[in-house]
Write a protein that binds this ligand. Sequence first.
Ligand SMILES: [Zn+2]
Length: 307
Amino acid sequence: MNRRAILKGALGGVLGLTLPPFARSAFSQESPAVVPVSEGFVMLTGAGGNVLVRTASTGQVLVDSGAAAFTDAVLAHLRKLPGGGRVTTLFNTHWHRDQVGGNLAFGRSEATIIAHEKTRARLATDYYLQDEDRYEKALPAAAHPTVTFFTGNKTLAGNERIEYGHLLQAHTDGDIYVFFRDANVLAAGDAISPLKDPVLDWFGGGWLGGRVDAQEKLLKLSNAETRIVPSYGPVVGRGELQAEFDMTRVLFDRMLEFVRKGMSAQDMLDAGLMKGLSRTFRDPFKFVYDAHKGYWAHHNALARDLL
Ligand SMILES: [Zn+2]
């Protein structure tokens, strides 16, 4: 550990006790780091959301572009990796700003940007953020996805098989996975959350039922050797994905019964919704509130004979 790292660690320890959470995360995210994933793949962490990089002398392929504040740092890292920063293709796993902040830079340098059509639509217009009671401004045209799709699974033409597909309402209304089948590396976006509390952007179209289906789909795509890359947190394996799916399924089933009984989010917590889960949540109420809201948008799908 060099002097700067020691200093940073010591400062982090001291500041960690006194700063509010947003300042702490800003501090820890001040410089993206390169984390190996598997041969030919690295992940840039601490750039807002994770950025997965397929390095190759013929050009780099990215999954997500990080938050705008980190674009310069991301570009500096990419220049040092095989491919020298020439990005041919960029996928956006969804439209949240931690995932699309670098789009403008890569779009201007003529990378093909692939995403779900909802992601393009969200980025092309101002949209309302219910949590913050404000509008997020549309991004400039060069930052918009250039190749979009609505449903199903696609394969990118080329020497290696790069498959991608829709994860219907797993976290937002525009989630996709990207599966590098030959390398067995699966980018899952925010449809899995191995470290942070799972986030359901209910106002942006995410809901717990979609998350159950999405995680089941990811399980089907993966095997014991698959390296699975989330939007936040470390690379995981199929075992961790299975554990998260099992938890999501339990939450979905319990909440379904509680919704049918007309319970509020607080009622559900009081009735033991989170009891005995494989992990604890930092903010259980926020998760349950958002998940509950999502059920209201799917009331027509909650009848006993439909599920
Ligand atoms: Zn997100």
